[in-house]
Each structure stands twice: as structure tokens, then as C-alpha cells.
Design a protein around this ligand. Sequence first.
Ligand SMILES: Cc1ncc(COP(=O)(O)O)c(C=O)c1O
Length: 386
Amino acid sequence: MLDRVNTEVLKFKKSGIRKFAEAASQIPGVVSLTIGEPEFNTSDLIKGAAKEALDDNHTHYPSGQGLLSLRQAVAAFENKQCNMDYKAEEVIITNGSTEGLAACFLALLNEGDEVIIPQPMYVTYQPMIEYCKAKLVPLDISSSDFQIDEGALRALITEKTKLMVITSPNNPTGVVLNKKSLDVIKAVALEHRIFVISDDVYHQLVYAEHFDKLSDDVELRHLLIVAQSFSKPYAMTGWRIGYLLADAPIAAHINMIHSYLVTGISTFTQVASIKALNEDTSQVRELYRQRLIRSMQILDDYKIDYVKPEGAFYIFIKIGEFGMDSETFCNKALHTYKIALVPGIYFNTSKDEYIRISYAVKENDLYEGLRRLGVMVKELRDEKNR
Ligand SMILES: Cc1ncc(COP(=O)(O)O)c(C=O)c1O
């Protein structure tokens, strides 16, 4: 009966990251550095709040947009972080940021619209954009230190450009966009009335004391949609809860599609998530920072080149010198060296010469995985020089 289904969905491919993670789990002794999720569990405080919410019978349908109490807490939290003035009506509670992002694409894009996204990019954007019959226009930033070059961006603008998606810190590179890059995006967005989605899911995991962001720019407010998530900073990936922030008319517009997609997000989860917003994430951030420092030291010792990350929990490692594509490299790593890595090509890279590791995995796995990668690189180099 597949000849009768929506053919757009037939074009979807299974997530490469999941494919590799699943293959890895079938092979005994494999150390996996694939999945971008904290190894920690959700804090007892948040879990306790969920149990309490169940006992208090927060078990009925929520409003589609989200509980007012959570939306108020989110607005207060974001306004404090970003010095903005969002109101509860401008917040939508979503099923992770994944659903929030999908709702944005569905609500904003018409057939033929163009969406500019710096490349490499997170994996879920492209399928949803293409589902809307819009066109993904990648902006190659690999030769500008993964920052935005004004000329390169302007060269991609057409009358069909509707949206830009900005991910800072980035998945897979961990790079934080600097002020110059953000100024260029802002200027172009204002000039051409282009929406900007700022995917902020790693905002609490930036290692610098201060960093520039679009989400605090009042002048861009009418064009800006912020996608956020409880997943990464609070180790709540399995709760599936996140949120969107947008100017009132745009929020109401996105909420139309969001409500039909999900009806609402589970009520007791929303009650507990209010507690999460009070959690101090600085210790987790420091822990990841220490891991990153040690991981970079190990990579430096093995003379393995990588893009220097400033946030999130990924390292994008260069493998171009070995003359094989990233899937071949990762297959070899998996079957011969028993390390699971993610091929860079899954992130829509312009050149297929990177692999991604996540350092959110268990610490022992991380260092053992890097050691195995070091052995692999050494053997490949020895082979090449023979
Ligand atoms: C850049 C980026 N955006 C969004 C997500 C989706 O996260 P969630 O749906 O758990 O909020 C991820 C997850 O890895 C991500 O890396």
C-alpha cells in the first residue's frame, strides 16, 4: 500500500546518527561517542516535582499553548537571560525543540520558499523544510572559521528567501557565532524581512562568561523565533519538553499548527519543568568544560585536527588526510577499532572530511574512545607512509 501514502514522507531517510548508534549497540565491546545527550539523570528535585504533580492530579488536558504558570516562568527566565520583554502569550511549550522547530517550518514555509542555513547543520532541519516543499539553501561557512561572511550570505539572498536558521553553539561544531556574524544576519534579516529561527538549545552550555546572541536583540524581535529545550541543560531528553518564543502574532500563528499537532504537552511534565528553570546549570557546564579541555589535550597529543568548540558537547574532528569519506572512516572505526563515531556528512557538510564525537557520554567511554581513535589514526598514518 506504500503507493498510496504521502510521497513526501517516503523521501525521509532514517537519522544517520541513530543508524550508527544502533549498529554500534549490536557489536560487543564498542565504545559509543555518538549520541548528543547528557549521561546524567534528571535531578531528584525535578523528578520529585513530577511525582508531586501526578499526586496532585495534574493529569488532565493542558492548554495547547502550554500551562500559563510554565509559560510565565519561561518568559521570566528568558527575559532575565536575554534582557527581553516576552510575555506568557508569546511562549509555546513544545514536545522538545524538535516539535517546536517542525511547527515553525510548517507554519512559516510555503512551497518554493528558500531557507538559508549555515553548513554544517543539525540533522532535523532539512527533512521538515523539504516536507514543506521549500528549498534548503546551505551557506558554506567552513572556509570562514565557521563564522558568517557577509558577501557569502548576501549572495544567497533571493526574493524567495523566507527564513534563516541559526544554531549557536552549533551542533556538530560547537562553534559560537561572534558579534560580527550576528550583526550580518540581523542586517540582512531586517533589510529583506526574513524570519530568523535561533536554535538556542545549547545556550546554557557556552563556556565563555559572556557570549553574543540574537535572542537578546529587541530590533529583531518581530522576525525572531527562539527554539529552546529542557533536554540538554537539565538532562531531560526523555521528557520531551521545550519551548518557542516569538512576537505575539507569530506565536499565535505557530500555535495554530502546534495545537493540531500535539493538543498539548503532558501536564505533570510541564508542572515539573517550572522547577528545572530554577536549577543552577553552572556545575554541569564546568564539568563539560573540563572534559573538553582533556579531550582536546588527547587529540592534540595524537596530532588530530578539529574545529575548536566553545559550547555544546561535540567535537568536529578532521579526517580529510586519510583519503576516505566520513562514512567509510566511521565504518572502519566501528568494525576494526570498536568506536562508534558520527560521519560528518550527516550534518550536510560542504566537504566530506569530518566526523563528530559527543563528550556528553560516560567519562570512561570518552577517554577510551579517544584512545582508540588515536590508535586508528596512528595506524592509518603508518599505512600511508609505508
Ligand atoms: C541543535 C539542536 N537543536 C535541537 C535539538 C533537539 O532537541 P530536543 O528535541 O530534545 O529539544 C538538538 C538535539 O540534539 C540539537 O542538537
